[in-house]
Write a protein that binds this ligand. Structure first.
Ligand code: ADP
Ligand code: ZN
Ligand code: ZN
Length: 735
């Protein structure tokens, strides 16, 4: 009898046994349709065996092999087993959640073949000089096709309006499409490469270091903003593509834009590039995944979920902005895509490059201790583009209106006179974070959460940014009836209004989650900024990252201080990264940039390091703090979280879990190695009517922590977690 052990998307750590009809064979990684309860579900074969612990009559037969697409490669299954093990997440749920949704459904998946375009007989006979001059793109396509057939991807790289022009050419009968049969691509060599810059000496050194390394190596590319990290990626990608390899490039959620895709397409016009992120439709995502698995797609550009893409010729992994928190998944399989990428590069024996202007302390520490190789770029690539001058405005003695100091207003005025752009950065959307009664001190609290309702003046609403609850702005205080309700604090809308009042002629654009909600809104805004149709940008972190606005010379930062006294020990690390990013927006081209930070604590080491562009000093300072406090990267942590409607149930569960942990530690070889903290309320102790609490475990020894967690997990499974949402988060980022 042939039995298969199948991974199913279930919250159980076991695999499920099914029997195969005689004569049928499968391999691990194969998708199958199997009965489960009264339903039929998709599973992935993990093992093939001859026997089962179940009685023969209890084992149900497989309904169908879903073999229209190739099985998941063994290497990916190994990676997923590691993730399931390390993050203590059920294997079946891990395997299934790594796959695109479309491949998890029983519907057959059809692998679309790529269309190639060629000139028809009429097209070949055509005299191009007779075509109207304004049909530039049609001309360009026809000229390109004279050299041979091309795919849609290649044609798209010719012009943004290529699809429309192609349609017209197909209609006219000058161009025809043909489908190419699908074959596992071995990786074409000698692809075209647009080399636009001669590398600087520092860039060349970095490229050489990575490309000369043999096998696995982890490189931390620490380069100030504008130092040309992207150019290094491009040159490394070129080397690997030339040798027939595939490249995986991971970027933070917020950075993945059509512009970025087109940029890499333009540098490698012959190499097929696919993107993978949650914004794609299910069928596109599945097709892109399959193109990567077949080896046809040579470059995979994606957010964290793309780290699980099967890549038979993987030769290089790049993680851009490696410090970014969006690489960490916050539910289900709580993985860090950066860490999984490192495991993957190691498994495959290929180099991985982690790039950042402000590396995470974990990576910086690993580079200091020699586990990673450090590559540093200390200057901007363009000689003319200097790093901006950073100054602090001491808000304890500054005159402020709506949260904006006179100094900043003067600086903004100068930019308006010179026709240069400015950016005012404030990480709070809405008009004001809270509404207050001047008579009784009532504050607009959310009825469902421990947070406050944010005032959105434009649509006259109070809104909770945690649970979505909203109401109309009351006319009088619900507590005492007083009609004088005042907004407290400052958000983007308030800054926008105040600046518009002060500079009536200025063209002000607000960029935050509210103003960019509609599809395509942010793209339109970017174009307006680039076309110099905007004088002052007011925005949140959406504006902080990766965008290049050449005419921007001033950045103002409002009220960053709350991170300095946050209960999250990573808050100041994140703040430094964010401010260095946003400061990096100023003075990218030939005009010098200036950054003004409004703070109560101008002498704080964080601001001193920012002024001196000295990440290293700041990181050393933080590392010392972390070491003496016993925090990561000197410790490895795991967080057990629970939430539920009843406070006593939440705490009872966590206290029971703690008791089990303490008992377990006593039985370990070196009991002092793993440390259990107390049960405490979460930073947001109540959200959407759920009470939330947590329990932290840590150890200086990763292996000891893992051993402990494995044993602890089985005691957790025995606890009563009815009606609770519980999760174990290994290497948690959020506190
Ligand atoms: P980073 O990713 O480090 O922020 P980029 O790669 O975006 O930096 O480069 C910043 C700017 O410098 C870009 O406009 C890029 O075109 C330019 N640049 C990069 N490398 C070179 C080079 N070797 N010579 C000239 N310009 C360069
Ligand atoms: Zn009141
Ligand atoms: Zn709420």
């Amino acid at each position: 009898m042939s039995i298969i052990r199948v991974a199913l998307d279930m919250p159980l750590s076991t695999l499920f046994d099914y029997v195969l009809a005689d004569g049928i064979t499968v391999v691990p990684g194969q998708r199958v349709m199997v009965p489960f309860g009264r339903k039929q579900v998709v599973g992935v074969v993990m093992e093939c065996t001859a026997e089962s612990e179940l009685a023969a009559e209890k084992i149900k037969p497989v309904v169908k092999l879903l073999d229209e697409i190739p099985p998941l490669p063994e290497e990916l299954l190994t990676l997923l087993r590691f993730c399931s093990d390390y993050y203590h997440h059920p294997l079946g749920a891990t395997v299934l959640s790594a796959m695109p949704a479309r491949l998890r459904s029983c519907e057959p998946v059809i692998f679309k073949e790529v269309l190639q375009y060629t000139l028809s007989a009429d097209g070949q006979a055509l005299d191009l000089s007779l075509l109207p001059k304004r049909k530039v793109v049609q001309q360009r396509i026809l000229t390109a096709l004279q050299a041979g057939s091309l795919s849609a991807t290649h044609l798209r790289a010719l012009s943004p309006s290529a699809p429309a022009a192609l349609k017209a050419l197909l209609l006219a009968g000058w161009v025809e499409s043909v489908t190419l049969p699908l074959a596992l691509s071995k990786g074409e060599k000698g692809l075209a490469f647009n080399n636009v810059h001669t590398l600087t000496a520092a860039q060349q050194q970095a490229v050489d270091a990575v490309s000369q390394s043999k096998g696995y190596g982890c490189f931390l590319l620490h380069g100030v903003t504008g130092s040309g990290k992207t150019e290094i990626y491009v040159h490394l990608m070129n080397r690997m593509l030339q040798q027939g390899g595939q490249v995986l490039l991971l970027v933070p959620e917020i950075n993945l834009t059509p512009q970025l895709e087109n940029y890499f397409r333009s540098r490698f016009p012959d190499a097929e590039l696919v993107s993978l992120h949650s914004g794609l439709s299910d069928s596109v995502r599945a097709q892109n995944w399959l193109r990567a698995q077949s080896g046809q797609a040579r470059i995979v550009l994606g957010t964290r979920l793309s780290v699980f893409t099967p890549l038979p010729q993987l030769a290089l992994v790049i993680v851009d902005e490696e410090h970014d928190a969006s690489f960490k998944q916050q539910d289900g399989l709580r993985y860090s895509a950066r860490d999984v990428a490192i495991f993957r590069a190691n498994q495959r024996g290929v180099p991985i490059v982690l790039g950042s202007a402000t590396p995470s302390l974990e990576s910086y520490y690993n580079a200091q201790s020699g586990r990673y190789r450090l590559l540093q770029l200390t200057e901007r690539a363009l000689a003319a583009a200097q790093l901006p001058t950073v100054r602090c405005v001491n808000t304890s003695n500054a005159f402020m209106q709506h949260g904006i100091s006179e100094q900043l207003l003067t600086a903004l005025e100068q930019r308006l006179e010179r026709g240069e752009q400015s950016l005012v950065f404030i990480n709070r959307r809405g008009y004001a974070p809270v509404l207050m009664c001047t008579a009784c001190g009532w504050l607009s609290g959310c009825p469902n959460c421990a947070g406050k309702l944010v005032l959105h003046l434009q649509d006259q609403r109070l809104r909770c940014h945690h649970c979505g609850h909203q109401t109309r702005v009351p006319h009088a205080c619900p507590g005492c009836g007083n009609a004088d309700l005042q907004p407290v604090g400052v958000g983007t809308q308030r800054v926008e209004n105040a600046l518009q009042e002060r500079f009536p002629k200025a063209r002000i654009l607000r960029v935050d989650r509210d103003s960019t909600r509609n599809k395509g809104a942010w793209n339109t805004m970017r174009r307006r900024i680039h076309d110099d149709e905007v004088d002052i940008l007011v925005g949140t972190q959406i504006l902080a990252k990766g965008h290049d606005f050449p005419n921007l010379t001033l950045v103002g930062v409002l009220n960053p201080d709350s991170a300095l006294y946050s209960s999250d020990f990573r808050a100041s690390e994140k703040l430094f990264a964010q401010l260095a990013q946003v400061a990096g927006r100023a003075g990218r081209a030939d005009k010098p940039g200036e950054v003004l930070i409004q703070t109560f604590f101008p002498d704080h080491p964080l601001f001193r390091a920012l002024r001196e562009h000295d990440y290293n000093a700041w990181a050393k300072n933080l590392l010392e703090e972390r070491q003496s406090a016993g925090f990561p990267p000197f410790m490895y942590q795991a967080m057990l979280r629970a939430e539920g409607k009843q406070e006593n149930e939440v705490f009872r569960y966590l206290h029971d879990a703690r008791t089990a942990a303490v008992a377990l530690i006593q039985t370990m070889e070196t009991p002092g190695l793993v440390e259990v903290f107390g049960v405490v309320p979460a930073a947001m102790p109540r959200r959407a009517n759920h009470i939330r609490a947590q329990l932290l475990i840590q150890s200086a020894n990763r292996k000891a922590l893992q051993l402990f967690l494995r044993a602890w997990q089985s005691s957790l499974e025995g606890l009563n977690a009815n009606k609770l949402r519980c999760s174990l988060d290994v290497d948690p980022l959020d506190f």
